[in-house]
Design a protein around this ligand. Sequence first.
Ligand code: PLP
Length: 392
Amino acid sequence: MNKQTYVVHDHHDERHQGAVTFPIYQNSLFTFANYDDFDAASDHFFDHFVYSRGNNPTVRELEKRLAGLEGGEEARCFASGMAAISAAVMSVVKQGDHIVCVDQAYGPAQAMMGSYLQKFGVTCSFVDGTSIDAIAAAILPNTTLLYLESPTSLFFSLQDLEACVQLAKKSGAATIIDNTWATPCFQNPLRFGVDLVVHSISKYIGGHSDVTGGAVIGSHERLERLNQNEFMLIGGLMTPHTATLVTRGMRTLPLRLEQQQKYGLQIADFLQTLPYVRKVHHPGLTSHPQHELAVRQMEGFSSLLSFETDIPLQDMRKWTGLLKYFRIGVSWGGYESLVTIFPLPLGAGVNSNSASAPCTILVRLYIGLEHPDDLIRDIRSAFEQIGLSEGD
Ligand SMILES: *Cc1c(COP(=O)(O)O)cnc(C)c1O
């Protein structure tokens, strides 16, 4: 079945009077007619509906859909992407273990693995994910996890998933990948042998900037262990109401992404023509150094991209405010286009004291669902208002 049909089509279900969309089970608990049934369900807690920090039918429905879309046996939803990432990582490592993590992974994920887990005796090395040799060199005898994010969400650099999995398997380490950028529509890392896929549902999958959520997808065996431990004990569950909104958002995921892929590439192409844009980061561009790998391991490109410019920080801060359709804000994946800027090298911080110091600026654009002609006019007009025309 095509992914588009898969997210749109629901079977007729007599249990719910044939309701065309899956009902919201707004319950914390489920009751039983007799104690034998209660015992039987409690003994196989995750196969039954006993308590919603366990299984809830509405959340379960979303989990089944996500697992199917990603090509995995099982999925578990969480309250946020970070709850999913933390649960996935903790399900793999124990005291004394070492993690190899790509150095452009999502910031809080890096902080969790690089700093927070130290108090449990887990260490972490950060490596350039574009170099398989660098990854190989970072693996130690006690490395039990290779943590990937491909493409990364500021510079959009990739890891060769097949090579990474081979390397990890050889050293007995598990692999986890953050697949938020590509979504299950455009990349299915389990196919390459990755052990666990994590998503921030708050982005494209939710698709309407109205929920936070996360998911972990993988084999029955890995998810069973994660359910018993990190899910049950830390308890960062997704609520049924959120699950309904996400199931609804997911119905248009393939359609949104098909359109956003086009828009994103159109804007990236346009940016490349601007004389004061030094470099555009988008794996769909033939100018991207890993374009060939991108085409090989992904089926498409989403619409979060970035560019570098030497325009002074002060002017670029002003530029962001002059944009009409791009709003200033973190996150992405909804209808509305967004902009954020980062002085390079990263970590320098965007504060107005340093605003006049010369540096390169990384501008991250999220291309939403406005018409790209309007977005291009908007970008052009904001540049003109800070005194730059395309002849400059
Ligand atoms: C947003 C994001 C996360 C974290 O997800 P939350 O839902 O905000 O907790 C993780 N990875 C990537 C790539 C993200 O963009």
